[in-house]
Design a binder for this molecule. Structure first.
Ligand code: NDP
Length: 314
C-alpha cells in the first residue's frame, strides 16, 4: 500500500490542470489516468477554442502538453484505472487494476461520457463527421448539411448553434414530442434552417474511406412507427442524447445530484466529504468545455492545498 498526499483520479483537462497546480505547490500528486487517458478530448476533432492556440490543437496533443507541464513540476502519472475507493476511512483508500493506495486528499476528475447510440458504424466515424459537441466541432461544417440526434435541451441548443455554420440542420428524434423546454422548442421551430424528423432512429452511419481518411456522407434512418427506412445525406452527425457522469465509484459515499453529478459546495470544489474535491465534467452538466474543466481543476488544486495545510497542521 503506497501513501500519497494527493491523488487525482482522471486525466482530462480538469485532472491534469489540478496536477500542474498541485505539483507547483510541492504536493507531488499522483494522477491515476484511467481507461481513457485524456478523457473526452481524445475523441474530439481539432480544438480551436482553447485559449492560447490560435491555429488549433488536437485533443491528444493538448493532453500531452498539460501532462508534460504537470510532470515537469513533480506530478507522477500512471496508466491505472481506479476500481474501488473508500472515502469513509482516513487516509482514503483506493484500489486500481494494478495497485493499492492511501491518500490524504483526493481530487476527482473522472469526467462524463457522452451517451452513444451503440452503433458500430457510429464509433467508426467518430471524429470523421460524428461528434458529441457542436461548440467544439460545429465550425468544421460551414456550408454543409448536418443532423442532430436527440430531443432534449442539449440537442436543440446544438441544433440552434449549428445553424450559424450549416446550411440545414435536421433534428432526428425517436418520438414525436420533444423533451426540451418550451422556450428552446419555440426557438428551434422558429429557425428556418432547422427541420425535424420525428419518430425516427438511426440504423447506420455511412461514409467513405480513402487513404485511411474517413468521411461521413449519409445516415440510414428508420421510422419507428411505419418501419419505413430512408437515407439522409449529411456531412456531420451530432449525438446529443445526454451525458452520463462517471460517478459509479462514489455512489453512496458522496452527495450526487439527481442526474448523478457530484455536488460541490458553493463556489468551491469541495464535496460532501472533507478532503475530497471534484472538478471538470463530473460536477458540471452545464458548461462542459475543456477550458472550464481546466479552470475548475485549478480551483480543486487550490482548495486541496488549503485544506491539506490545515489538515496536516492538526
Ligand atoms: P436529456 O436526458 O434531457 O435528453 C436526452 C434526449 O435524447 C431525449 O430526447 C431522449 O429521448 C434522447 N435519447 C436518449 N437516448 C437515446 C437513444 N439511445 N437514441 C435516441 N434518442 C435518445 O439530455 P440533455 O443532454 O438534452 O439535457 C440534460 C440536462 O441538461 C437536462 O436537464 C436539460 O434541461 C439540461 N440542459 C439545459 C440547457 C439549457 O437550459 N440551456 C442546455 C442543455 C441541457 P426521449 O425524449 O424519447 O427520452
Amino acid at each position: 500500500m503506497e501513501h500519497r498526499t494527493v491523488v487525482i483520479i482522471g486525466s482530462g483537462p480538469a485532472g491534469l490542470t489540478a496536477a500542474v497546480y498541485c505539483a507547483r505547490a510541492d504536493l507531488a500528486p499522483l494522477v491515476l489516468e484511467g481507461a481513457q487517458p485524456g478523457g473526452q478530448l481524445t475523441i474530439t476533432t481539432e480544438i480551436e477554442n482553447f485559449p492560447g492556440f490560435p491555429e488549433g490543437i488536437s485533443g491528444s496533443r493538448l493532453t500531452e502538453e498539460i501532462r508534460r507541464q504537470a510532470v515537469r513540476f513533480g506530478a507522477e502519472c500512471r496508466f491505472e484505472t481506479v476500481m474501488d475507493v473508500n472515502l469513509l476511512v482516513r487516509p482514503f483508500r483506493l484500489s486500481t487494476d494494478q495497485s493499492r493506495y492511501t491518500a490524504d486528499a483526493l481530487i476527482i476528475a473522472t469526467g462524463a461520457s457522452a451517451r452513444s447510440l451503440g452503433l458500430e458504424s457510429e464509433i467508426r466515424f467518430r471524429g470523421a463527421g460524428v461528434s458529441a459537441c457542436a461548440t467544439c466541432d460545429g465550425f468544421f461544417f460551414k456550408g454543409l448539411d448536418v443532423a442532430v440526434v436527440g430531443g432534449g435541451d442539449t440537442a436543440l441548443e446544438e441544433a440552434i448553434f449549428l445553424t450559424r455554420f450549416a446550411t440545414k440542420v435536421t433534428v432526428i428524434h425517436r418520438r414525436d414530442e420533444l423533451r426540451a423546454s418550451k422556450i428552446m422548442q419555440e426557438r428551434a421551430k422558429r429557425n428556418p434552417k432547422i427541420e425535424f424528423l420525428w419518430n425516427s432512429v438511426i440504423e447506420e452511419v455511412c461514409g467513405t474511406e480513402e487513404n485511411g481518411i474517413r468521411r461521413l456522407t449519409h445516415v440510414r434512418i428508420r421510422n419507428v412507427q411505419t418501419g419505413e427506412t430512408g437515407t439522409l445525406h449529411v456531412s456531420g452527425l451530432f449525438i446529443a442524447i445526454g451525458h452520463t457522469p462517471n460517478t459509479r465509484l462514489f455512489g453512496g459515499q458522496l452527495d450526487l445530484d439527481d442526474q448523478g453529478y457530484i455536488r460541490t459546495i458553493g463556489k468551491s470544489s469541495r464535496t460532501s466529504v472533507d478532503g475530497v474535491f471534484a472538478c471538470g465534467d463530473v460536477q458540471d452538466s452545464v458548461y462542459r468545455q475543456a477550458v472550464t474543466a481546466a479552470g475548475s481543476g485549478c480551483m480543486a488544486a487550490i482548495d486541496a492545498e488549503r485544506w491539506l495545510s490545515e489538515f496536516l497542521d492538526r
